[in-house]
Design a protein around this ligand. Structure first.
Ligand code: GLA
Length: 398
């Protein structure tokens, strides 16, 4: 029987980060903060067009134990890596450091760049995370957001909702400019602004949020995250290429094109794009925007089971029109649906990572077994299954 990965309680994540801090730096941190990974119910690859998406926080999070210094050094340790990364505060810049430390060092750099804080501080940071890396569940945004909230609280920057919106902007800058991943604003917004039991209807042009209830258990349903264990990396070229294709074709169209009642085929005809890649990208954006509206209406009406078909349609669009799926993702979606899931789709940037499936509570075991067996029979990596209960945003845990 395939296994489900249990979330680690936030206080235990925090304790592990604090313990690592003691082991590596020989002292105690000023505090410990956590920020969650995310899933996205619907609205994929459209955040960077300014459209609405519907993410929620997962009960998996990254904890950072942080201590401020007066000296000019950043030192970062992680339970996932042997070595402590160390560098001068003054040397952090676009493209430096490289690799995972960029997601930490980039944050104070961006907060200074945007004047959220006055100066780039010296910091010791120890990281421990239960968000699987490379699973398309925004482990990088969780790390950035935990660091941003820690620095904001330690340096007296605002951390109310408006403050968190600012911090999300800073984290996007860190990821885009220092880490070099051209991501949109969805992941950082959910890590910093999610609410327990709710999905966010996030308007990615104004970053205004409407919180919609998602009481799955009361409806006899569950959302499962299936991590295909086929890694997904946002710094690889695929995501950036799709983003630039979408932006290119979208810049000539705009939001007016999707007002209610507009005929999508007519918009595609008027856009007169003859490259199939551009047509597909445009069709994905136009139809995904409609699906977000449809799912929001169903959630407001309390018709949770009816959202399933929109999830599956979103997957078909990401696979066939935007072409960002993979063999592993398609296999997991097909196997979940074959086992009776009400809907399933890949989530996140694509090319690997995770699937979200809407299943009846009494079908969970069957779904896990069907997905695991299909991966095995196709010679693909064994998937992991994660709980997808909408959880809370970044916060201090000790
Ligand atoms: C990644 C990016 C997000 C978003 C999704 C696709 O997670 O970080 O900004 O573009 O892909 O919806």
């Amino acid at each position: 029987m395939a296994t489900r990965v249990k979330p680690v309680a936030p206080e235990h994540l925090g304790e592990r980060a604090a313990d690592l801090f003691g082991e590596r730096f020989g002292t105690v941190p000023d505090g410990v903060w956590i920020a969650p990974g995310r899933a996205n119910l619907i609205g994929e690859h459209i955040d960077y067009t300014g459209a609405k998406t519907m993410p929620f926080a997962l009960p998996y999070a990254t904890a950072v134990a942080v201590r401020v210094h007066s000296h000019d050094r950043l030192r970062v340790a992680s339970t996932a890596y042997e070595d402590v990364w160390e560098g001068a505060v003054s040397e952090v810049e676009p493209g430096h450091p490289n690799g995972w430390p960029a997601y930490v060092a980039g944050v104070p750099w961006a907060m200074t760049y945007h004047d959220t804080i006055a100066r780039m501080p010296g910091l010791d940071i120890a990281v421990h995370s239960s968000v699987p890396e490379g699973a398309g569940l925004s482990s990088s945004a969780a790390l950035e957001s935990a660091v941003a909230l820690a620095i904001a609280e330690l340096f007296g920057a605002a951390t109310d909702d408006a403050g968190r919106r600012t911090l999300a902007r800073d984290c996007v800058t860190a990821e885009n400019i220092v880490a070099g991943a051209a991501t949109g604003g969805m992941d950082q917004s959910v890590a910093l602004r999610a609410r327990q039991g709710r999905v966010m209807l996030l308007d990615c042009s104004s970053f205004a949020v409407e919180y919609l209830s998602l009481d799955l258990a009361a409806a006899g349903l569950a959302l499962l995250v299936i991590n295909t264990n086929a890694p997904h990396r946002l710094v690889d070229g695929g995501y950036a290429l799709r983003r630039s294709t979408v932006e290119r074709v979208w810049s000539g169209i705009g939001r007016a094109a999707v007002s209610e009642g507009t005929d999508i085929d007519e918009v595609l005809r008027r856009a007169a794009v003859d490259d199939p890649m551009l047509t597909g990208a445009l069709r994905h954006v136009l139809t995904e925007i409609r699906r977000v509206d449809a799912v929001a209406a169903l959630l407001r009406a309390g018709e949770l089971a009816a959202i399933g078909s929109h999830l599956t349609a979103s997957h078909a669009s990401l696979r066939d029109d935007l072409v960002v799926s993979s063999v592993e993702l398609d296999c997991a979606v097909a196997a979940a649906l074959a086992a009776g899931a009400l809907g399933a789709r890949m989530i996140g940037g694509g090319f690997g990572g995770s699937v979200l499936a809407l299943v009846r509570l009494d079908h969970i075991g069957l779904t896990l077994e069907s997905v695991r067996r299909a991966a095995h029979d196709a010679g693909l990596p064994e998937p992991d299954f994660l709980h997808a209960t909408p959880s809370g945003a970044a916060r201090r845990v000790c």
